[in-house]
Design a protein around this ligand. Sequence first.
Ligand code: AMP
Ligand code: ZN
Length: 439
Amino acid sequence: MSLYNIGKRVLYRGFPNKSSMPIRHYKVLSIETSCDDTCIALLEKNDSKAPPKIIDQVKSTLNSVATGGIIPTDALRFHQTTLALLIETLLKKHNCRPDLICCTRGPGMAGSLSAGLQLSKGLAVAWGVPLIGVHHMLGHILVATLPKSEQPDLTAPQYPFLSLLCSGGHTMLVLLKSITDHEIIANTADIAVGDSLDKCARELGLKGVMLGRELESYVNSIKQSTIQKFDTMETKELNLNSFKYKLGLPLKGPRREKYPKDIVFAFAGFLSSIQSYKKDKGGLNVVLDQETREFISYKLQEHVFDHIIDRMNLAFTKHGSNKRKYEHADGKFLGVKDLIFSGGVASNQRLREKLATRLQFQDNDGEVTDLNLHFPDLSLCTDNAVMIGVAGIEIFESLRIKSDLGVCPIPKWPMDSLLDVEGWVNVTPEEYNQVIQNK
Ligand code: AMP
Ligand code: ZN
């Protein structure tokens, strides 16, 4: 088998039509170790049209409360001590030997990625099965093709569709025209939304592993009467609230009818707003009283999510087709009917509520219209191995490619260059049939 960069021009010959395959029954082991979670999953595919079934999944997370952040060498050691044992237990429990291995190849921390990838290569050699090196963000997106418990009647998204990825490492709006054709519509200019929420929550004295989720719980614990009082106070200027806390929406736009060339998110300013407030009150170690903490936490979470909505609506106008609203609207989003939310922050209920009620999408005629909003199950929003399996299976089945056994992790792997990296090789028809017809 030749070893080459497959690009986007590859032709697939010798394969029967996907839908006419008589037998399909195979199991997939998927592995995700891009950061501090060791995740594995066992999936089963037995229908060409239906999504894979989840047989089981396990996740173990490095405890970094004491260090106040993830130390890459600690994460590597954690995967090395955890991963093989988890796999051994899972496979013994289900008494099976998988037919395909899918593992995160990037982006992520180099050491963490290599822990998963090296073990995956070893298993692929031992079992004589193909390996698929998966793009982590594609996993976050394609996991939305699985049935959702809160939206049982929603059918899987159809291309072209949009995806808003809100995680600890990324914040981006992506237009997907096919599994390989991705355009990043908006990206963060500084840090990711999850990173910002985590840092702000730490600055506000919250403790835990997923600090964005801790912040959500903390805000949810504020009395309703207090929230109503906070809602009457603005933060655009210091003197508009009794706490003298200033916080506005970054980059709110369009400014004077001018749409920016690149639409960006910006989340670093939220952290600065808390740090400057604390400095004014006596220094970064100052302990804020309970009501002040509640006020800042509430306003902060609201503003972070309002900023996301503001940027999304800007993108909808710029790439919609309503020339009355914006004469240079380019119609890029024509035909889009589905919008997927993914990443850990997308599990936040307040963000989901705002997205469901405040987005203003414009259709072909420039009218505001409904999009199908897809909210994956909460356990599939944060990093998990199911998403890597789902994306790997899709790559294997629809592109008929696999990773060669010399592939290395790609710590920085742009979402729009899924295939423009070395290490993809064609799967032969015999090899393909051997996987999908295994019993
Ligand atoms: P990921 O990078 O996709 O694994 O997501 C992890 C990020 O999501 C971290 O920054 C978490 O703090 C954040 N996160 C997880 N759950 C929530 C939640 N319910 N609300 C806000 N942020 C969350
Ligand atoms: Zn992630």
